[in-house]
Design a binder for this molecule. Structure first.
Ligand SMILES: Nc1nc2c(ncn2[C@@H]2O[C@H](COP(=O)(O)O[C@H]3[C@@H](O)[C@H](n4cnc5c(=O)[nH]c(N)nc54)O[C@@H]3COP(=O)(O)O)[C@@H](O)[C@H]2O)c(=O)[nH]1
Length: 633
């Protein structure tokens, strides 16, 4: 019997043991009601649970759907990222490789494959470093010991050391290789073709030590080598420095153009290089200056032999753009340790010797002598004295008459400056004018001569002309035309009485600016004469550039007049001048025969000691007053 029925029967059984049927029915009925209530409760709970499970299921499904979508999106992103990564590494100019901790390849880009012309079938992820290097050796892009290389590289990666190497490929390229450990093991390798960079660096290094035009070692390299060699020089193992300055190089450049000038320098460089022996180091110091260091010299004859070869190289004519160019040089020599034991001293002394060669008329060479230093010092002293002389009025203007050859009458006078030095006495302008030009003092001095000469010419009778020398340096000042106009205005000298004597150097130095000044002066009536004609590099070409009023034939041609060639040169100049309506004045006439010959050749005027030396103002005034209109020669 069910435990509950037994319980209810027990409850409905009275004390006498009789069962109260009504009570039992009531008990059973309430038990059933209770049971119904329980079932209903259970049913409700069940349906609630089922609802809840449905909701959870729906949520789970949604979650799964969301996660799946998220995973798909991530997969797409990853794919896109991989594509971008591939594009990036395969478009790098560097070769890139990634190895895992065991030394197997994870990633390798196209540049690496292409750089060494490797097989993409072999160089694939999973291949070991050793297999890769073996493949490179087969192909010919690796020449070392494969095992040694792989072991050394693996060791340095394990030890966390980045390795840098440079390797040269058989086709002449240079590859810069960097292997760098990555956190967590393995390493990344980059291979970069640095051939162009290396060539550019080499070029920069070359340019720093070699001259770009001639490819000779430059000044910096010359000094470097010289310093080293001076330290080794002994009286038994001497060293010579030969300084070479190309004569009249500026004239070549200015008259024939820079292209010809450059070719001349290259030709000189080539000639020097070809003639140099193994113990002779040739360099270009800049501009038209070259130098040679001769080492391990046993005797002076070896130096003289080198100098002979230097002149041979420089004097060999060469053809350029239809011009046959010949040149010469001034050469200075200093010997170590005899002339100095330091770089500066030897260079200074070689320079002094070269300067001495120049002042000796160029086209020659000089060994350094201690007196040369003294001469330079004396030159500096002269410069100081000249500044003082200008302040103290130690200068005086002398005049030398010019005489017409047709009628023997004085046509005018040339103003020539003189310096009465308080201690040295009269100093020649041939000595101090070059110093005045170098220092710029010629501007002040020239202006002073012009002012004084114009004023003194106004005291002369008649309309004798006044010739005044103007230095090329004065043309550079930019105010020359103004100063001349001011001197004319202050003295009231008519411009047509003033004649300016210029040399070819005026036109060489600053062609256009100088021509403009000459035209301005011509426009106000001043006459222009070309002085020292025939002594420069390309005298005839200057006649095309400016319509000079007069050509002054240099004294060297007058000296040579008695020779056959000499008179034909003067004749040619006279003819050229006549064809251009220019007058001709012969300088330095000292003999009556020279005067007669010049007259026969048709020269217009003469000037020289034959008639008169340059004389002070008072004397020239007396001479002009005595012979204002009459024949004098
Ligand atoms: N820029 C300036 N230059 C000047 C000036 N004064 C002179 N000079 C130049 O100095 C150089 C030397 O001049 P100087 O010693 O005066 O010589 C001149 C004459 O004395 C000389 N001469 C004249 N006749 C004869 C002669 O028969 N024989 C001979 N041996 N020498 C003679 O020639 C010089 C004149 O030359 P030039 O000027 O070419 O006509 C000289 O270059 C002067 O130009 C100045 O103020 N400014």
């Amino acid at each position: 019997m069910h435990r509950l029925i037994a319980k209810q029967i027990a409850k409905a059984t009275g004390a006498a043991g009789a069962v109260d049927i009504d009570k039992l029915a009531e008990l059973v009925s309430s038990a059933y009601e209770e049971l119904d209530r329980d079932r209903r409760r259970t049913d409700r709970s069940m349906s609630l649970m089922i609802e809840e499970v449905d909701t959870v299921n729906r949520n789970l499904e949604q979650l799964v759907a969301n996660r799946s979508a998220e995973l798909r999106a991530r997969e797409r992103d990853l794919h896109a990222q991989n594509v971008r990564f591939d594009v990036a590494i395969n478009n790098m100019t560097q070769g890139l490789l990634l190895f895992d901790v065991t030394g197997r390849l994870i990633v390798c880009n196209h540049s690496y494959i292409a750089m060494y012309a490797l097989s993409p079938e072999i160089v694939r992820p999973g291949i070991s470093l050793r297999e890769l290097i073996l493949h490179r050796r087969e192909i010919g892009s690796f020449h070392g010991d494969v095992d040694e290389y792989c072991n050394a590289l693996s060791r340095s990666m394990l030890e966390g050391r980045t390795s840098h190497q440079q390797s040269d490929t058989p086709d002449g390229r240079t590859i810069q290789i960097v292997n760098k450990p990555v956190p967590g093991g393995g390493w990344v390798a980059t291979h970069e073709d640095v051939t162009e960079r290396r060539r550019a660096e080499e070029k920069i290094r070359h340019l720093a030590h070699f001259d770009a035009l001639t490819d000779l070692p430059n000044r910096a390299m010359f000094h470097e080598r010289l310093r080293e060699e001076i330290a080794r020089a002994t009286p038994d193992r001497q060293l010579a420095v030969i300084y070479i300055d190309i004569d009249e190089f500026k004239s070549v450049n200015d008259t024939l153009g820079h292209q010809v000038g450059d070719e001349l320098l290259k030709s000189v460089a080539g000639g020097l290089r070809r003639r140099a022996n193994a113990n002779e180091f040739v360099a270009r110091l800049g501009g038209d200056e070259f130098a040679i260091m001769q080492t391990a010299i046993r005797n002076q004859a070896e130096i003289i032999d080198l100098i002979t070869r230097v002149f041979e190289a420089i004097r060999t004519p060469f053809e350029c753009h239809g011009h046959r160019v010949t040149t010469d040089a001034s050469v200075g020599v200093a010997v170590a340790p005899q002339h100095g034991a330091s770089l500066d001293q030897i260079l200074k002394n070689a320079d002094l010797a070269m300067y001495a060669a120049k002042t000796a008329g160029r086209k020659t060479w000089r060994f350094f002598e201690p007196a040369m230093d003294a001469r330079v010092k004396a030159r500096r002293a002269l410069e100081m004295d000249m500044r003082q002389a200008l302040l103290d009025g130690q200068f005086e203007v002398y005049y030398q008459p010019c005489v017409g050859l047709e009628d023997n009458r004085i046509t005018g006078c040339e103003a020539l400056v003189r310096w009465h030095h308080p201690e040295r006495g009269m100093i020649s302008p041939a000595e101090f004018i070059p110093v005045a030009e170098e220092t710029g003092l010629i501007n002040e001095l020239g202006e002073w001569v012009l002012d004084i000469a114009c004023k003194e010419a106004m005291t002369w009778p008649g309309d004798f002309k006044l010739a005044v020398n103007v230095s090329p340096v004065q043309f550079k000042s930019g105010t020359l035309a103004l100063k001349i106009a001011a001197a004319l205005a202050a003295s009231r000298l008519p411009p047509k009485r003033l004649e300016l004597e210029i040399t070819e150097a005026v036109l060489i130095r600053d062609d256009d600016a100088a021509l403009a000044i000459l035209h301005q002066l011509r426009a106000i009536g001043v006459r222009i004469a070309l002085d020292d004609f025939g002594t420069g590099y390309s005298s005839l070409s200057y006649l095309q550039r400016f319509p000079f009023d007069k050509i002054k034939i240099d004294r060297c041609f007058v000296n040579d007049l008695s020779t056959q060639g000499g008179s034909s040169i003067v004749q040619a100049v006279v003819n050229i001048a006549a064809a251009r309506n220019m007058m001709t004045l012969a300088e330095g006439v000292e003999k009556a025969e020279q005067r007669e010959l010049l007259r026969t050749l048709g020269c217009t005027e003469m000037q020289g000691f034959l008639f008169s030396r340059p004389v002070p103002a008072a004397q020239i005034l007396a001479l002009l007053q005595a012979a204002p209109d009459k024949a004098v020669a």
